[in-house]
Design a protein around this ligand. Sequence first.
Ligand code: PHE
Length: 337
Amino acid sequence: MIDDIRAARDAALARVEAAESLESVTALGTTLLGKKGALAQLKAQLGGLATVGEKKAAGQAVNEALQSVAAELAVRTDELGVAATDAQVQSERIDLTEHAGWPTRGHAHLVTQAWERLEDVFVGLGFRVAEGPEVETDWHNFEALNMGEGHPARGEFDTMFVDHAGDGAEPGRTVLRTHTSPVQIRTMLDQEPPIYIVAPGRVFRRDTPDATHMPVFHQIEGLVIDRDITMADLAGTIEAFTKAFFGPGWSSRLRPSYFPFTEPSAEFDIQRPDGSWLELGGCGMVHPNVLTACDLDPDEWSGFAFGFGIDRMAVMRHAVGDIRDMFTNDIRFLSQF
Ligand code: PHE
């Protein structure tokens, strides 16, 4: 009997040790310690033993066996419980050191950079920033700028016309502004002199895109209206701007030219530190007809205006070979600047 009890105990302990999961160890508890377990059945046979001494010894052996199986079940339950918790923690672990690479930080477009720097420099020289609409009337874009109906200079602007007859405009007399000069007109109609403004903005011409032309590009206009303004003020302003924007090693010059809205008119060039010249834009003294169109008395007020391309400046500054690169928005190009 004692041997049977030991054999049953050892078999039970072996099964508990072999249990691989919490569920199976729990199930084993019921099987091994329950009424149908081998030890319980041996206990039931105690009554059939011959002597009291034998009964006592076997009873004690069964109880000890049951206790050691119960103790081993508790140990195994503990072990498997810790392992299960470990496994769960491991599976739910968040790797806080993991990242998908740093986000790409963007920056302002090349044209915007040039635009903002130009504004900064001119604001530093005492100018204010003005603006006007990109869709303009023929009157603001041409007529008030001393380019009446049939003026040959109109032909030099490859104008895009807009089908629009609202606001009292006749059909065919609304344009996408071909330059920022209409902002001169709007500002003079809007404000009392003295006027010191720059007007950066988008302009449009019917051009086929190539390395140096785009149908949409950007200009910055300058306008000064005050008493006793002379060509010397214009030249001095251009020179001060050139040094402030490009650097102290740069200088500027004016060359006679023609624009209907300025008289006299000039092209202005800037000279690089290496001595080479670069044509930048047009300028001149505001034409008396333009002042009159804006209800200003040419005997009382005088002024100058200038205009040049913003994209061209950015292209020059960064030695970009093809102006179309400025507008195709290829991130590999843009991220270089
Ligand atoms: N509007 C002229 C152009 O687009 C430039 C200009 C502006 C010239 C102001 C003189 C004065 O070519």
